[in-house]
Design a protein around this ligand. Structure first.
Ligand SMILES: Nc1ncnc2c1ncn2[C@@H]1O[C@H](COP(=O)(O)OP(=O)(O)O)[C@@H](O)[C@H]1O
Ligand code: SF4
Ligand SMILES: [Mg+2]
Length: 367
């Protein structure tokens, strides 16, 4: 793909858990056979219930942990086995934003030193004076003042701390930033500010973003594409508008059912999500969602559904044996008809088709 910056092919990560002198450890299948492509300049959101493997996937994409199997490329280079210098370069090009960036940082370091620290590795040629100037620039980029560099993390609010975390992530001049629930620890009013800052930086600096979020409003607001995960697998992916307007996987429908009708802006079927997600130590055979799916049939217990094109929009795929029938029965919204796609969605759809054809770098919704 000409515009792909990061690709993952059949990415799998297992953890050995438990085990003692007398019992064998068990295999926890945190991420199983995930393939996805991140286009340069886009914002990809990854969504799913707690424990479905989002953080593990993100850590593998960043090469913070190695995959059990599968391949990854960054800008066309194979990275799943990268080490040494190749890994240092990756650390410069890809940065991570944590839920609480300060939980792992030294509270005795000033903000200036915290933000300047990555420069020591990634821009060792800078003099002390130049480094201080660069730190001031980075702080300004995230909406903080240079004098904030003299203070300590505990003197800042949650939103400001996240800004400092973002400044630190920007220090190495990354091309791609992965945020693991970057705003879920913040007050709702502050969330929007940080989300807007990220979107603004993406556009100004030409960054690519991968954002893990469980708040669907956040996802709808800032992402171009969405990948929905369930129990270690991607069950549906596609352009954000199509995922919200015409979801095809029953699990996506269930997630969307939780959004209040008024906020969602259209009528749709309600698919309740009952019970808990099964353990990834012994996941259900066949379709992993079959134990909770209201449409499950015998075949779902044996046959693993592949991600298939839905035919609704380029790159919209769902992993369900029966999505055509379920949609035809009227349980899911249809792509056309009274409550069909908005003009904005259609325009975005056209842009997306062009982007896929390699004529444009990315789709971007007009605010
Ligand atoms: N280092 C680890 N060792 C063992 N199990 C892990 C480890 N990291 C994650 N897991 C397990 O993998 C599954 C997916 O976790 P995670 O990727 O953190 O999910 P999410 O971010 O979607 O909440 C969970 O069952 C979790 O307990
Ligand atoms: S494959 Fe079967 S169990 Fe899985 S989502 Fe589709 S209908 Fe439900
Ligand atoms: Mg997580």
């Amino acid at each position: 793909m000409p515009n792909a910056i990061l690709t993952a092919m059949n990415l799998t990560r297992h953890f050995k858990v438990g085990g003692s002198l007398f019992t064998r450890p068990k295999t926890l299948r945190a991420v199983e056979d995930v393939s996805l492509t991140v286009q340069k300049g886009e914002t990809l959101a990854i969504v799913g219930e707690s424990g479905c493997g989002k953080s593990t996937l993100a850590r593998m994409l960043m090469r913070l942990i190695a995959p059990t199997s599968g391949q990854m490329t960054f800008e066309g280079r194979q990275i799943d086995q990268a080490e040494g210098r190749a890994l240092t370069e990756l650390r410069r090009d890809m940065q991570f934003i944590f839920q609480d960036p300060f939980s792992s940082l030294n509270p005795r370091m000033t903000v200036g030193r915290l933000v300047g620290e990555p420069l020591e590795t990634h821009a060792p040629q800078l003099s002390g004076k130049d480094r201080r100037a660069k730190v001031g620039e980075l702080l300004a980029q995230v909406g903080l003042r240079p004098e904030h560099g003299e203070r300590y993390p505990h003197e800042f609010s949650g939103g400001q701390r996240q800004r400092i975390g973002i400044a630190r992530a920007l220090a190495s001049g990354p091309k791609l930033i992965i945020g693991d629930e970057p705003v879920s620890a913040l007050d709702v009013s502050v969330q929007a500010q940080v989300i807007n800052l990220l979107a603004d930086l993406r556009d100004r600096l030409g960054l690519t973003l991968v954002v893990i979020a469980h708040d669907l409003a956040v996802i709808r607001h800032m992402s171009d594409r969405v990948a929905v995960m369930y129990l270690g697998k991607v069950v549906e992916e596609g352009p954000t508008d199509e995922i919200f307007a015409t979801p095809r996987h029953p699990y996506t429908m269930a997630l969307l059912s939780a959004i209040p009708e008024a906020e969602y802006g259209r009528t749709r079927a309600q698919i309740p999500l009952t019970g808990e997600m099964p353990s990834p130590i012994d996941p259900p055979a066949g379709c992993r969602f079959h134990t909770r799916c209201p449409f499950a049939r015998e075949a779902c217990k044996q046959d693993v559904p592949a991600l298939r094109d839905t035919g609704i929009a380029p790159g919209h795929r769902a992993a369900c044996h029966f999505f055509e029938e379920i949609a035809a029965e009227g349980a899911m919204p249809l792509p056309t008809g009274g409550t069909g796609r908005s003009e904005a969605a259609k325009a975005r759809f056209a842009l997306y088709a062009e982007a896929i054809a390699g004529q444009k770098t990315r789709p971007r919704a007009q605010p």
